[in-house]
Design a protein around this ligand. Structure first.
Ligand code: ZN
Length: 310
């Protein structure tokens, strides 16, 4: 079992509009933009990172805004909902706040004894706020949302699959254990994880397959402490038969990727070196950072990308 995995590192999704995406995460959800960079594999597209003050692994929501992307279609074989942790008793505040900010799809729910608020992002991305007692992770206090109500980071994700068997086995191998079950949903959690350590697996055998597009989660990344732990995880996954990419330098973490049996793309990312490796903590995310291999294209990239107004 891969004890090196402590929960989520980041969740990466796709959006249609960078400005709208930026406003939603910084103004409506009150996260901090901790990095403004480009897609390392397609540097004419932004890669925007939002999280807590320093972008602690387990708090980082990232987006690729593709201006001409088709709308995603929800279905099986994807992350259906990204779940954020908020303080107990805060959902009343959030219901009113999200409503006042024109957010759609707001609906109170309860699952596994947790009070939750479902809502949609600008591209109908599926989100939930879940009240979690004693989440010690500090909310970002530099945004418009009072820190007393603020988002602590991820709680986890819900994956919707047609057949959950092989993915359940994989999650167990990745340090998750089944802790509860309710109808078609099984809950998995990492013991002593990083707070972003819950995954709900919803199995819907008859569901149509999802089609990726704006509002879809592109991949979900799991956190390991360092590169040595990542290499151990990579070897163990390959020994189990998974096709895992070589280690890729993403400047702020090191990444490996593999496709899971249910269709969702997984990444394993290191907690090191972090988002303050090239910017002061006080000024994270303010300036466009371009990785060294693309820095010579800066003038061209800055001409293509529409500036984001903060
Ligand atoms: Zn990633």
């Amino acid at each position: 079992m891969l004890k090196q995995i402590k929960g989520l590192h980041h969740v990466t999704s796709m959006a249609a509009d960078a400005q709208e995406n930026n406003d939603f995460f910084t103004r409506t959800l009150g996260l901090r933009r901790v990095k403004k960079t480009v897609n390392f594999d397609a540097p004419d597209v932004y890669h925007l990172y939002y999280g807590d003050e320093v972008g602690t692994p387990g708090s980082v929501m990232t987006y690729f805004p593709f201006p001409h992307i088709v709308k995603g279609r929800r279905g099986a074989g994807e992350v259906a909902e990204t779940v954020f942790s908020v303080p107990q008793g805060s959902l009343g505040f959030w219901k009113e706040w999200l409503g006042n900010h024109g957010v759609s799809g707001i609906e109170e729910r309860e699952a596994f004894g947790e009070k939750r608020l479902r809502f949609f992002g600008p591209d109908r991305d599926g989100f939930l706020l879940a009240e979690v007692a004693d989440d010690k992770r500090a909310a970002w206090n530099g945004g418009p949302v009072p820190a007393s109500e603020g988002v602590h980071g991820f709680r986890g994700v819900t994956m919707r699959l047609r057949d959950g068997g092989a993915t359940a086995e994989l999650l167990k191998f990745m340090n998750y254990e089944e802790v509860d079950r309710q109808g078609s949903v099984s809950r998995y959690a990492v013991r002593d994880g990083n707070g972003a350590d819950v995954i709900d697996l919803e199995v819907l055998p008859g569901a149509a397959p999802a089609r990726q597009g704006a509002g879809s989660v592109h991949h979900v990344a799991f956190a390991v402490e360092n590169r040595a732990a990542q290499l151990e995880v990579r070897k163990a996954l390959m020994d189990t038969g998974y096709h895992v990419t070589p280690v890729i330098d993403r400047d702020y973490f090191w990444a490996i990727y593999f496709r899971t049996p249910g269709g969702v793309l997984f990444e394993v990312a290191t907690n090191e070196p972090g988002f303050d490796r090239d910017e002061d903590t006080a000024h994270l995310g303010e300036h466009l950072r371009i990785p060294a291999q693309h820095e010579h294209l800066r003038t061209q990239i800055e001409r293509i990308l529409t500036p984001i107004q903060d």
